[in-house]
Write a protein that binds this ligand. Structure first.
Ligand code: UTP
Length: 297
């Protein structure tokens, strides 16, 4: 890879949203997990906002059965807007859902065969350029946002990047963990290996992979020949691990907070945390929480 190719701008992002969301059943029987709201915005909206802040132009949603509400969310709702306008209501609240025509592309993952397989389904749209990946159920709250931090790092080192977070050593066995190599700066470290859900004593670090990636298009070829891994699914971590050594690979330590909204407690934590930061709600929510805690004590 020439250094020129390594710095192709990150214009496209893949959002795999074809998972079954079984941990949230029955809520996710008819509603996609990605449409569950944290206060008044669905999870997918937070991820899309983060992508746009990072300069991403084209959003590629890998969808599946029952996921049409996600695409509808970013469409014009003519009747709603017309009725609101007739009633003198402010339409600014819908601004974040407006995309430039043609900037949203969907591809279908007919069978949810794993995250790696979902990414591979987007290969024709991604083409021959580096691209970002967002797992919308991992909510990254930071200023600037996580992907903007990653794009800044990419402009420095190129190649492949994954966002990581430090966790207590006793928690590593629930996550993908990186083996760190040379440190480039406080936030940027070379990656020499990736291990999925290691035993605590075998973990090469306490830096876990969180749901944001910048990958070179060659990952698609690696995924193409990828055997099924853990859980009988085609794993993205395995494909990335195979690319280490062939291409530059770095981890960016995210300066911000991550909420695992794919789990129920993480979802509640994100809701409470964001509510406590919103000027229009913070005082009332704090009072409610204080009362509930006192009642429970
Ligand atoms: P998860 O591991 O959270 O799976 O996927 P899930 O199906 O969404 O949820 P649970 O575990 O059954 O509750 C991580 C991300 O990868 C997507 C999911 O939509 C989610 O954004 N995904 C996963 C796919 O698009 N396809 C797959 O085959 C698997």
């Amino acid at each position: 890879m020439t250094s020129n190719e390594a710095r192709k701008p990150i214009r496209k992002a893949v959002f795999p949203v074809a998972g079954l969301g079984t941990r949230f059943l029955p809520a996710t029987k008819a509603i996609p997990k990605e449409m569950l709201p944290i206060i008044d915005r669905p999870l997918i909206q937070y991820a899309v906002d983060e992508a746009r802040e990072a300069g991403i132009e084209q959003l590629i949603f890998v969808t599946g059965r029952g996921k049409t509400a996600i695409v509808e969310h970013f469409d014009t709702a003519y009747e709603l807007e017309r009725t609101m306008a007739d009633r003198g209501k402010n339409l600014d609240v819908l601004d974040a859902t407006r995309l430039l025509p043609g900037n949203l592309v969907t591809v279908r993952q007919q069978v949810p065969m794993g995250l790696g397989h979902a990414i591979w389904c987007a290969r024709a749209v991604v083409g021959n350029e580096p691209f970002a990946i967002f797992l919308p159920d991992e909510m990254m709250v930071g200023s600037p946002g996580c992907m903007k931090q990653m794009v800044d790092a990419y402009n420095e080192v190129g190649g492949n990047l994954i966002s990581v977070l430090e966790v207590p050593q006793e928690e590593v066995s629930s996550y993908g963990v990186i083996a760190p190599g040379q440190r480039v700066s406080d936030a940027l470290t070379e990656v020499t290996g990736l291990v999925e859900k290691p035993r605590r004593e075998d973990a090469p670090s306490n830096l876990i992979i969180s749901g944001r990636y910048i990958l070179q298009p060659e990952v698609m070829r690696t995924l193409e020949s990828q055997e099924k891994g853990a859980g009988g699914e085609i794993q993205l971590t395995d494909a990335m691990a195979r690319m280490i050594g062939q291409q530059p690979f770095h981890a960016v330590k995210f300066d911000g907070r991550r909420f695992d909204c794919g789990s129920k407690t993480g979802f509640v934590e994100a809701t409470l945390s964001l509510a406590l930061e919103r000027p229009d709600m913070a005082e009332e929510v704090r009072a409610i929480m204080t009362r509930l805690l006192a009642e429970g004590a």
